[in-house]
Design a protein around this ligand. Structure first.
Ligand SMILES: CC(C)(COP(=O)(O)OP(=O)(O)OC[C@H]1O[C@@H](n2cnc3c(N)ncnc32)[C@H](O)[C@@H]1OP(=O)(O)O)[C@@H](O)C(=O)NCCC(=O)NCCS
Length: 176
């Protein structure tokens, strides 16, 4: 899936060298809820389990100009009866954030979710502190659906999570 500045490709087994380093990055592990210090062998088992799992699609976000793999974007819990899925995204280095890559990656992923998988809804949970992420979700038309109180334990405290959802027709109205 190709955009203007980035493209999405299926995460390859060779990418887990990168993703293992990323999971052990303290910022990303706390944002994404990963427990750090995962050995590479565990990442290999994780990759083997997800690659044949029809309820998950994980893509590498790569820059068009130099093919650099800058982050991942994924659909999980894909439910082909209720036709919905949970979205997640991260761009690892701050230098690559705020340049429009995340917005473009999400538009490509949502187009895949709604127009290839024929999903009806994509949803996610995020922290109220993730201002940049929330601003991107709202820009793409996601609607706040509720708040899970003290739902997420990290760095010694319980934090709220906000639920956002986007219906297919909302995406089509916002991203024409
Ligand atoms: C969330 C994330 C994927 C967004 O990707 P990105 O490439 O940085 O996003 P973009 O550059 O496309 O857009 C960023 C938007 O945030 C807005 N923004 C930046 N700082 C902001 C602030 N302090 N307040 C409000 N909006 C802000 C920008 O204005 C921009 O919107 P614009 O297109 O209207 O200019 C990326 O920042 C990231 O990986 N963050 C860490 C991991 C994370 O939070 N993942 C989401 C967990 S739910």
């Amino acid at each position: 899936m190709i955009g203007k500045k980035i493209y999405l490709r299926i995460l390859e087994k060779s990418d887990i060298i990168n993703t293992q380093k990323w999971i052990n990055n303290p910022e990303i592990s706390s944002i994404m809820g990963y427990l750090p210090n995962k050995p590479l062998i565990q990442q290999e088992h994780w990759y083997d389990s997800i690659i044949n799992d029809p309820s998950r699609d994980i893509f590498a976000i790569c820059k068009i100009d130099n093919d650099e793999h800058i982050g991942n974007v994924a659909l999980g819990n894909i439910d082909f009866i209720s036709r919905n899925a949970a979205l997640s995204i991260f761009i690892i280095e701050r230098i690559n954030r705020g340049k429009g890559y995340g917005t473009e990656a999400l538009i490509l992923l949502l187009d895949y979710a709604f127009n290839r998988l024929n999903l009806h809804k994509v949803y996610l949970r995020t922290s109220p502190n993730f201002i940049e992420a929330i601003s991107v979700y709202r820009k793409l038309g996601f609607i706040e659906e509720g708040r899970l109180r003290e739902h997420y334990f990290c760095n010694g405290i319980y934090q709220d999570k906000i639920l956002f959802g986007l219906l297919r027709e909302e995406f089509q109205a916002n991203c024409k």
